[in-house]
Design a protein around this ligand. Structure first.
Ligand SMILES: [Ca+2]
Ligand SMILES: [Ca+2]
Ligand SMILES: [Ca+2]
Length: 471
């Protein structure tokens, strides 16, 4: 007797399942990624297997001054993947950091630098996009050896890394002092951090926790780990600051949403050098929406016992009204770096400077970085890219259409359009008999738009030029 019709799969459903199966059956596959079969499956040099201190199982890799590599299969060409692994320092001293590089098909996807001794660090991982369905994974020591990292539990998965936490502008704490603005979520690092003994993303001791991934409230730790330090660091706000080096060069990020699209804001923070870890300069970077907006350097004389310095950086919200702040350490060989506190965002600021920083050009209105004859000040006003050669607005179908940036207009920048019939005796386009008549203007402060001019009837020869009017 045939089964009831209701449990027979429809033909269409069968076809869909078969089509999906072809994609989802493929999963990243490697050999002996936890080193339980010693070095089976790995091409290697200068490494060994350790039968103690494993993160998972009973064996792990001692990287030393060498490398391992193997071909991973089952990847999806052109799609994001994540490589994760657990690693710990094996130098015997947490002030001697270990260093290694992770490569896919010969391209470095990350460097790891860490001095963590008490435990493994097992971060969210590192993203890469393979060109084909297989790729060569290589892990190589950057240190002189003979000691280096212990490595275990390598995992490769499809998909992207999680983005930083998002916080709406309206949710940020308004700061009623002369500096003003709103403090970012846990921008003063006062939110309690979980007990290191109960969180796998926190090591160290209570009062000096070393934190990775999402274990710092409000933030994502995007690199290595970071420290929340108490009164030792002479906090300028509250009782805690953030040291951007935990056991290695860390970074933190969060995204503010609900901002006016493209509008200028001022990012500010207090910063000082760690008072230990030698006497050399310490360095860091501030990135906004993926672009470097500030390089920070603090000398030994600028350590936290000498007080914290205020930095204020004009930045632009994205076209969708978001602003992702990332603060990174760039010191790869120490367990302490620049400490930050009281990170804020304020509406307003120097729009031309913010625009220049965003585009990576000097904030000089007469400079012409792309040598297209259009000075940076006019590029700002027209809303064009100062790194990409463009052209002046041209006459088309009897109309001159001049694009104008709402940001530049809101900052008090404008253009004087001048005309002449002989390349001398220039007069403003607004003057009677200039030869041009304004017929519409959709631009306004804060609103991108354009001014349209018509050429007056009977003009046989007319020149025009744009003269920047700074605020
Ligand atoms: Ca293992
Ligand atoms: Ca604080
Ligand atoms: Ca230019």
């Amino acid at each position: 007797m045939p089964p009831p019709a209701s449990i027979l799969p429809a033909r269409g459903a069968l076809l869909v399942a078969a089509a999906l199966g072809g994609v989802t059956d493929a999963a990243p596959t490697g050999t002996n990624l936890g080193f339980e079969s010693n070095l089976n499956g790995w091409e290697n040099a200068g490494v060994s297997i350790k039968n103690s201190k494993a993160y998972a199982g009973s064996r792990c890799l001692e990287l030393k001054a060498g490398h391992i590599q193997q071909t991973i299969s089952g990847l999806q060409a052109g799609a994001p993947h994540v490589l994760a692994l657990a690693y710990r320092n094996n130098t015997g001293q947490d002030y001697n950091l270990s260093h290694a590089r992770l490569l896919i098909d010969g391209n470095t996807i990350a460097e790891i630098h860490n001095g963590i001794l008490s435990d493994y660090i097992d971060r969210e991982g590192f993203e890469f996009i393979p060109a084909t369905s297989s790729a060569v994974l290589r892990i190589e020591s950057l240190g002189p050896g003979p000691e280096g990292f212990l490595i275990d539990a390598i995992r490769i998965t499809t998909g992207s890394l999680a983005p930083p936490p998002q916080h709406d502008w309206s949710s940020l704490t308004v700061m009623n002092d002369a500096r003003g603005g709103r403090q970012l979520a846990n921008g003063g690092f006062e939110s309690p951090v979980a007990d290191p003994s109960t969180s796998q993303d926190i090591t160290g001791v209570a009062g000096n926790p070393h934190i990775c991934d999402f274990a710092l409230p409000g933030w994502l730790v995007t690199r290595e780990n970071v420290d929340v330090i108490g009164t030792t660091a002479a906090p300028p706000e509250g009782t805690h600051v953030l040291d951007t080096n935990g056991n290695g060069p860390g970074a933190i990020a969060q995204t503010i949403t609900g901002l006016q699209p493209g509008a200028v804001h001022t990012l500010s923070f207090l910063c000082a050098r760690h008072a230990s870890w030698g006497t050399g300069d310490m360095t860091g970077e501030v990135r906004v929406n993926g672009r470097l907006v500030e390089s920070v350097v603090r000398s030994y004389a600028q350590n936290w016992n000498a007080g914290y310095a205020l930095r204020e950086i004009p930045v632009l919200a994205s076209a969708t009204g978001t602003l992702t702040v990332e603060i990174r350490s760039t010191v790869t060989d120490r367990g302490g770096c620049i400490a930050y506190d009281d990170i804020r965002l304020k509406q307003g600021g120097d729009g031309f400077l913010a625009w220049s920083v965003f585009h990576g050009v000097e904030p000089l209105i007469n400079a012409d970085d792309d040598r297209d004859g259009l000075a940076n000040g006019l590029e700002f006003l027209f809303g064009s890219d100062p790194q990409l050669a463009g052209s002046l607005p041209l006459l088309a179908q009897g109309q001159l259409r001049i694009p104008l940036s709402g940001l530049a207009l809101s900052q008090g920048y404008d253009v004087d359009l001048m005309t002449s019939r002989s390349l001398s005796g220039w007069q403003p386009a607004t003057a009677p008999g200039s030869g041009l008549s304004l017929i519409s203007d959709s631009s306004a402060p804060g609103v991108d738009g354009e001014r349209r001019y018509a050429v007056d009837p009977g003009e046989t020869r007319l020149f025009w030029k744009h003269v920047l009017v700074p605020p």
